[in-house]
Design a protein around this ligand. Structure first.
Ligand code: DX5
Ligand code: ZN
Length: 218
């Protein structure tokens, strides 16, 4: 049995029923709730802000895993921390001083993550590992759900696994994760799978979560 964690991305949920959708994936066995925050500047799409995160907070006790696609990001960290995020993940390109940004997230009492775009090398995190709890490898270009998994990122996941060995840093993947691509990501070293369409696009969320874990569904 795999101990991989599943983090459904509510970007693919019914936006008119977000509270219900969060409760439904919580009941379906989600480990974390993944919140994609897009500013229409760092990425070519707009999603939702801290008020929505705050409104969703009472709907689940699972960790809120907030993926910030905002540039510049620093001035928004506190708002997302106060809104109820447990983990906050930032892109190196969205801050001038990544080391400082990661320390600021931890100073807010939250777990700090770095997310690497497909073209961003793993060397971007080499000198900040002491301040990192999570490394998120994008397996699509950020901005939209429903894109195809980029197998080019598997080698990066393997390299990050080697770089972070023994540090207690979790490796997460995001983008195009399905029951077919999940085993590739897990095989390379991913421990937390983000999935939007592979969960919210299915009628049975619990079965979809278990399928991603690689378990047989009865
Ligand atoms: C993309 C987001 C992802 C996205 C994943 O920028 O970071 O979390 O929602 O969607 P799927 O699983 O549909 O590729
Ligand atoms: Zn995401």
């Amino acid at each position: 049995m795999s101990d991989v964690l599943i983090a459904p991305s509510i970007l693919a949920a019914d936006m008119a029923r977000l509270g219900e959708e969060v409760r439904a994936v919580d009941a379906a066995g989600a480990d974390w709730i993944h919140l994609d925050i897009m500013d229409g500047h760092y990425v070519p799409n707009i999603s939702f802000g801290p008020d929505v995160v705050k409104a969703l907070r009472p709907h689940s006790r699972k960790p809120f895993d907030t993926h910030l696609m905002i540039s510049p990001v620093d001035s928004y960290l506190e708002a997302f921390a106060k809104a109820g995020s447990d983990r906050i993940t930032v892109h190196p390109e969205a801050t001038v001083h990544l080391d400082r940004t990661l320390q600021a997230i931890r100073a807010l009492g939250k777990a700090a993550g770095v997310v690497l775009n497909p073209a961003t090398p793993e060397s971007a995190i080499e000198y900040v590992l002491d301040h990192v709890d999570l490394v998120l490898v994008m397996t699509v270009n950020p901005g939209f759900g429903g894109q195809r998994f980029l197998t080019s990122q598997l080698e990066k996941i393997r390299r990050i696994r080697a770089m972070t060995a023994g540090r207690g840093i979790r490796i997460q993947v995001d983008g195009g994760i399905t029951p077919e691509t999940a085993p590739q990501a897990i095989g390379a070293g991913a421990e937390v799978l983000v999935a939007g369409s592979a969960i919210f696009g299915k009628p049975d969320y619990a079965a979809a979560v278990e399928a991603l874990r690689g378990r047989l569904v009865v």
